[in-house]
Design a binder for this molecule. Structure first.
Ligand SMILES: [Mg+2]
Length: 345
């Protein structure tokens, strides 16, 4: 199958002649381990100028065979992508892992970027305080901040202090705690719900409660309380139960699930509201939202409704138009967008 695909790919060398510098790449999906190993072993090489094969997804079923220019992110023209996959008949239409789906970046002068953090810019760690931003990525964010005239926001469920600790030099907008906290042009705001007696009493109660559940972590945010059960997955229903009970006595608070965690937070706080608030200031731009979790679906809707689009990271149902397989592909996309911006400025 690989050999046949490479023959098809040979026809694609015309793209380079007709659209000089246009990046592109070809994916191969294969259940056959030997074919995947062959692709990874560089036994196959692309047309002149192509780069060798490399795997691009953790499960190794999706492989980058070769690319047409030195740019890391490539969008094969849609009709060619469809033609390739259809001809081989290996990918059902509803396959969530299919690619290539990385979109072109809008002109930086017209773009507003909304980036989730955990699972999008950094790999999810066993403990939330153990995440590390890959060296160089903060500089990419700083570069995008400059090229978008500051129209870039990190929109995270994590609290603001933590985000500032991890990205001490990034000067742009940070929205923390799903929108309950923000830093915009150096001005800090925090929603007031965290100062109520009920909130403080619930926080104190949960501090005692987690002592009895080994592996369950309480994350205290200014306006919300999170129970992480990644290290104790059998405690999911206990965590949901206690927060659900507390929500009954905390008017205006709701329980929202996320990846291996459950959060008690104000009902009127969401990433959607945060993005819509920023778009009131950042007018006439194309919003692009990137995220991996259920709470990101809110901001996906906001981007979509305002003439932009969303990119889902990883597997799972989504309303997003595009999908990337993981954090590594997000980094590659952002690097590519920055390079494109630098070339065109
Ligand atoms: Mg996330």
């Amino acid at each position: 199958m690989l050999r046949q695909l490479l023959e098809v790919a040979g026809d694609f060398s015309g793209i380079r002649r007709h659209a000089r510098g246009t990046p592109w790449r070809i994916y191969v999906f294969s259940q056959n381990k030997r074919e995947r190993d062959d692709a990874c072993s560089n036994r196959y090489s692309g047309p002149a100028g192509g780069t060798p094969a490399r795997p691009i997804s953790a499960d190794q079923t999706k492989l980058l065979v070769f690319s047409g220019t030195s740019h890391p992110i490539i969008t094969l023209p849609q009709e060619m992508s469809a033609q390739t996959t259809k001809r081989r008949g290996t990918i059902p239409d509803n396959d969530m892992t299919r690619g290539p789906e990385a979109p072109e970046m809008p002109n930086p002068d017209n773009a507003a970027l909304f980036l989730d953090f955990d699972g999008t810019l950094v790999e999810i760690a066993e403990r939330p305080d153990a995440v590390r931003l890959e060296p160089g990525m903060e500089d990419v964010l700083i570069g995008l901040h400059a090229h978008t005239n500051g129209r870039i926001a990190i929109v995270s469920g994590r609290n603001l202090v933590e985000l500032e600790r991890i990205m001490p030099n990034y000067p742009g907008v940070i929205v923390g705690s799903h929108g309950a906290e923000s830093r915009i042009d150096g001005a800090y705001t925090t929603a007031p719900e965290g100062e109520t007696t009920a909130f403080i009493a619930s926080r104190d109660m949960l501090r005692a409660w987690v002592e009895h559940y080994e592996g369950v972590l309480l994350e205290e945010k200014p306006v919300s309380l999170v129970l992480h059960y990644r290290q104790a997955p059998d405690r999911q229903s206990d965590c949901e139960g206690i927060l659900s009970a507390l929500s009954q006595v905390m008017p205006g608070f709701v329980v929202r699930p996320s990846k291996m965690a459950v959060e008690l937070m104000p009902e009127n706080v969401s990433k959607e509201r945060a993005v819509l608030g920023l778009l009131e200031e950042w007018r006439d731009l194309i919003p692009v939202a990137i995220g991996d979790d259920r709470t990101d679906e809110d901001m996906f809707g906001a981007a979509d409704a305002n003439g932009g689009y969303a990119i889902k990271v990883g597997e799972g149902d989504t309303a997003a138009k595009y999908r990337l397989s993981g954090v590594g592909e997000v980094h590659a996309l952002l690097r590519n967008w920055l390079e494109t911006s630098e070339r065109s400025s």
